[in-house]
Ligand binder design. Structure first.
Ligand code: NAD
Length: 404
């Protein structure tokens, strides 16, 4: 009986478990560890932060997809992985976990690039707790305004206009009228500002499509300060520099940090050869120094065959890595050999939502705008729900309103 220890129940880790349970019914035991007893759809965090979806709509219990005859789930914090002894130490358990194969899917954290005050004075949005803290803070500021009448309480600043920043801006636009009601003002008094260092947003899209997206966001009364690099965050104040101009600042009661993410710092702490929490993995998605350790999802850097930079970390590639990892582990348990073919990846497309009914992106070589893009976004989300959560989670949490 082989022991597979899977660390992290995000897109990569949880799907690996679900597939292994299906493919290896008798000759494996799996231990899954996560600090939470639920899985969350990280691609929907902006909706929980804005309050346009409840936390329960973007999460489901891990126990829903676990087969207890094959898998033991442990809710705990991973403290250390020892690749030489093949053990894992958890914070709340004396006993070490021993593995034949270990799958690291430990996810991402917010990247502040050492910008002073960012950690202390801006709100990150990398997990459900953080997203809910943002929502609570927005509501508290709206309530404050009723007594302070300070317009700063109505100013929301999103730091970083990448995918996450743009999608968050869209969800905040959807929620704007409800915030205004709480504050007792008209919706256009709630100011939403995106501050972005680059002048060419969303570089993965063609210039025309990125411009469409930017104009869409702007048309919804979101102020975009592009070419503006944030240099410091003080309590209630964002300081930035536009080109060579002098520093400028913007007061805001609500400052949200979306300038990018890095892999879990535990990777470096455990001695893996990682950069910003990511390890360049082998063709079989294993650690170059330890063939029994798979590194997948946001802690992995996968190099395209002809490229110089790794693929961007997305839910889609994390799910593809889970497919491969499960196949490879099955192959090794059954035949003692890796899969003959290395991991390859082809993106099915990328769609950014701007609120519930607007989106833009590209899928299978076609650029999509407006309604079809929004439907595609929901189809992509539902596919991931179905593949890992199964029909139960799809029916409970799926997005059907556009394409049924
Ligand atoms: P990102 O790195 O893609 O974007 C961060 C943005 O912040 C960049 O535009 C960058 O120029 C800006 N920035 C960085 N430092 C700054 C500073 N000091 N001042 C002002 N601006 C600054 O990060 P993300 O948006 O969190 O996305 C992370 C990954 O997740 C990406 O690979 C992305 O493609 C993926 N993602 C995909 C989707 C989707 O498919 N719908 C949604 C969200 C995220």
């Amino acid at each position: 009986m082989k022991e597979v220890v899977v660390l992290g129940a995000g897109y990569a880790g949880l799907k690996t478990v679900v597939l292994l349970q299906k493919k290896l019914k008798n000759n494996v035991h799996i231990t899954l560890v996560d600090r939470n007893n639920y899985h969350y759809e990280a691609t929907d965090l902006h909706e929980a932060a804005a309050g346009t979806q409840s936390a329960s709509r973007i999460t489901y219990p891990i126990s829903d997809v676990i087969n207890p005859q094959i898998t033991t789930f442990i809710q705990d914090e991973v403290v250390k992985i020892d690749p030489d002894k093949k053990t894992v130490k958890l914070a709340g358990h004396e006993e070490l976990l021993h593995y034949d194969y270990c799958v690291l899917g430990l996810g991402f954290v917010s990247e502040t690039f050492g910008i002073p005050g960012a950690e202390e004075n801006a709100l990150p949005m990398t997990n459900v707790k953080e997203a809910l803290a943002i929502y609570d803070h927005i509501i508290a500021k709206m309530k404050d305004y009723r007594t302070t009448h300070n317009p700063d309480d109505l100013q929301i600043v999103i730091c970083g206009g990448g995918f996450t920043g743009i999608e968050l801006a869209g969800a905040l636009v959807d929620a704007r009228a409800s915030y205004a009601k709480i504050a007792g003002v008209s919706p256009d008094e709630i100011k939403i500002t995106l501050i972005e260092a680059s002048t060419r947003l969303l570089p993965m899209f063609s210039e025309k499509l990125a411009e469409y997206g930017v104009n869409l966001v702007k048309s919804l009364n979101v102020q975009l300060l592009d070419g503006s690099r944030i240099s410091k965050i003080e309590p209630g104040k964002v300081i930035y520099k536009h080109g060579d101009d002098d520093e400028e600042s913007l007061n805001a009661g609500i400052i949200i940090w979306t300038t990018g993410v890095s892999g879990n710092p535990l990777m470096e702490e455990c001695g893996f050869d990682a950069k910003r929490g990511r390890v360049i993995v082998t063709d079989h998605l294993t650690d170059p120094k330890h063939d029994d350790i798979y590194i997948i999802g946001d802690v992995a850097a996968v190099m395209p065959p002809d490229g110089k930079r790794p693929y961007p970390t997305t839910a889609q590639i994390a799910l593809a890595m889970a497919d491969y990892t499960a196949e490879d582990i099955v192959s090794r348990i059954k035949t003692g050999k890796h899969e003959a073919k290395p991991f390859t990846y082809k993106s099915l497309g990328t769609v950014a939502s701007v609120g519930n009914t607007r989106a833009f992106g590209e899928a299978m070589g076609h650029e999509l705008r407006g309604y079809p893009a929004s439907a595609m976004k929901k189809i992509i989300a539902d596919r991931s729900l179905l593949e890992t959560g199964g029909l139960k989670e799809l029916f409970a949490k799926g997005r059907f309103d556009l394409y049924h």
